[in-house]
Design a protein around this ligand. Structure first.
Ligand SMILES: [Zn+2]
Length: 159
């Protein structure tokens, strides 16, 4: 019996090592993008094709709520795209890297790199802006506790 228990102990650290290696790889990719202003491969992130009815996308670096689910639209560009952000949650900077003039967007709370904003591309959205955001810079929270509108509260209490 004692020997069997020992064998199990030998196997389980190996398994957790595998899970740990995957986790480390994910953290390194998040770090490369959030802090080193990298860009994930187009179409690589599950958030690109995620369109929930409600909820909020938060900063992967600090958990600040950045975008509401209904800010997201189908851009076909390969990255999660939003036409607007939660007021004040996202800060814009001019980015002159790679010989281009672009507008970089960062988390207002922690300064983590999110992506870029493009304007006037002709998308049928209220702002005609596209926040092109790296999926790894975001987490998704299906609850919407912070940015719920007062009307929605009223509707729920009637039901
Ligand atoms: Zn942040």
């Amino acid at each position: 019996m004692a020997r069997r228990l020992e064998q199990r102990r030998v196997i389980s650290p190996y398994r957790s090592h595998q899970a740990g290696a995957d986790r480390v790889r994910m953290i390194l990719e998040q770090f490369r993008i959030l802090r080193d202003k990298g860009t994930e491969a187009a179409g690589s992130h599950k958030f690109d094709k995620l369109f929930p009815e409600s909820g909020v996308y938060t900063c992967a670096g600090c958990n600040a709520p950045l975008y509401k689910a209904n800010h997201k639209f189908r851009s076909g560009c390969g990255w999660p795209a939003y036409f607007d952000n939660i007021p004040g949650a996202v800060t814009r900077h001019e980015d002159r890297s790679w010989g281009m003039s672009r507008t970089e967007i960062v988390c207002s709370n922690c300064g983590g790199h999110l992506g870029h904003v493009f304007k006037g591309e002709g998308y049928p959205t209220p702002t005609d802006e596209r926040h092109c955001v790296n999926g790894v810079s975001l987490n998704f929270n299906p609850d919407d506790p912070v940015v719920k509108k007062p009307e929605e509260d009223a509707k729920e209490s009637k039901a």
